[in-house]
Design a protein around this ligand. Structure first.
Ligand SMILES: NC(=O)c1ccc[n+]([C@@H]2O[C@H](COP(=O)([O-])OP(=O)(O)OC[C@H]3O[C@@H](n4cnc5c(N)ncnc54)[C@H](OP(=O)(O)O)[C@@H]3O)[C@@H](O)[C@H]2O)c1
Length: 325
């Protein structure tokens, strides 16, 4: 979409060098309304981004550093795309919130959620229960404080990244061994539970386009925002892939009993920082990746009527035609 030449709003991206960050960065600077302040722990020489309308800001993520970056760039929104050890998540995000409140211009904030139905399943995946859930509570409590400066925020969710159905060379989303039940490298489909549990998927590129639309929207943000490219089941989508590529998967199984038995081991050891793939398995078999349909479709009409969300088959076609999504 072409927008008239206007002064670009600066959007600060914390962790914008990462996988989702790259999609959001690219889509923001492509859109005539926005410029990017890219926040990273790396020295600027290590970030040779050649994207236009971008400034790079090495930071130690202290409040002083963040407020200075937000004020000097005049950023109007801060988006966290950080994926970090659990113990870093809460302090980092509390500092983001305080820095926005202290800054002169940055009064919109999106924390690093990027999961599924967090309202019906607020504590799944397990690590979200101990990291995202306390930050959601902190943000809600801020609303109750009398005389507090206004911070507009939303928790943005999209289900799984659909990109995991593609070979890693066709997307920015890195493949993490064992996380996704379909491994296109070894052409294996691990049926977790029945494989019929509801899921939703959205391409990283479409998540980024939707974020641009939300930032450009005049409408008040809601507490939770959902987008979705396609709802379905893994059994069905495995068949879509088999038809598309003309090749049957090698199938393995991982029963609900096996998943629950592994989960119980972690319940007795809550001090473990990273429970690994089993929390992703739980997220899947609980149906917690599936964004609530009615709310998602209502929000699509309200904020995202300019975004054409790809289905899995459309994404595979784009990747085949253009080399990547
Ligand atoms: N729904 C899904 O299917 C799904 C899948 C994957 C991820 N996610 C979620 O999406 C979000 C983004 O994930 P991603 O895969 O794009 O992330 P990523 O590429 O793994 O990391 C993003 C950035 O985080 C920064 N970072 C890492 N550790 C940090 C720390 N301790 N302190 C400060 N910054 C740190 C790094 O930036 P610098 O090195 O430049 O500082 C990195 O480039 C996360 O919330 C993740 O949980 C969802």
């Amino acid at each position: 979409m072409q927008y008239p030449q206007i002064e670009r709003q600066v959007i600060a991206l914390a962790g914008g060098t990462g996988d989702l960050g790259r999609y959001i960065h690219e889509e923001l600077v492509k859109d005539g309304r926005f410029a990017v302040a890219l926040l990273t722990r790396k020295a600027s020489a290590a970030n040779p981004t050649c994207l236009p309308h971008t400034t790079i800001h090495p930071t130690d993520y202290t409040e002083t550093s963040l407020v200075s970056i937000l004020n000097t760039t005049g950023a109007t929104a801060l988006i966290s795309l950080i994926r970090c050890p659990n113990s870093d998540y809460i302090p980092l995000h509390k500092t983001f919130i305080t820095a926005c409140l202290s800054s002169d211009t940055c009064k919109r904030f999106i924390p690093s959620e990027w999961a599924g139905d967090i309202e019906k399943f607020p504590d799944i995946p397990i690590s979200y229960g101990s990291t995202r859930a306390p930050i959601r509570k902190y943000l809600r409590e801020l609303e109750q404080k009398p005389g507090r400066p206004r911070l507009q925020w939303t928790l943005f969710n999209h289900g799984w990244f659909m990109d995991y159905f593609l070979p890693p060379s066709q997307s920015y989303m890195k493949y993490i061994q064992g996380e996704f039940p379909i491994d296109v490298g070894s052409w294996t489909y691990t049926v977790r539970g029945t494989g019929e549990e509801p899921q939703s998927w959205t391409a990283g590129r479409d998540v980024a386009r939707a974020v641009c639309e939300l930032l450009g929207s005049e409408q008040e943000w809601e507490e939770v925002t959902y987008v979705c490219g396609e709802w379905g089941t893994f059994n069905h989508t495995a068949e879509v892939l088999e038809r598309f590529y003309g090749r049957p998967f090698t199938r393995k199984t991982r029963s609900l009993e096996e998943i629950n038995s592994d989960l119980r081991k972690y319940e007795s050891q809550p001090e473990i920082e990273d429970v690994g793939v089993v929390e992703v398995e739980q997220h899947q078999v609980a149906g917690a990746t599936a964004c609530p349909k009615e709310k998602t479709l209502r929000q699509r009409e309200k904020y995202f009527s300019n975004v054409k969300f790809m289905s899995v088959e459309e994404m595979l076609t784009v990747a085949e035609r253009e080399g990547r999504v």
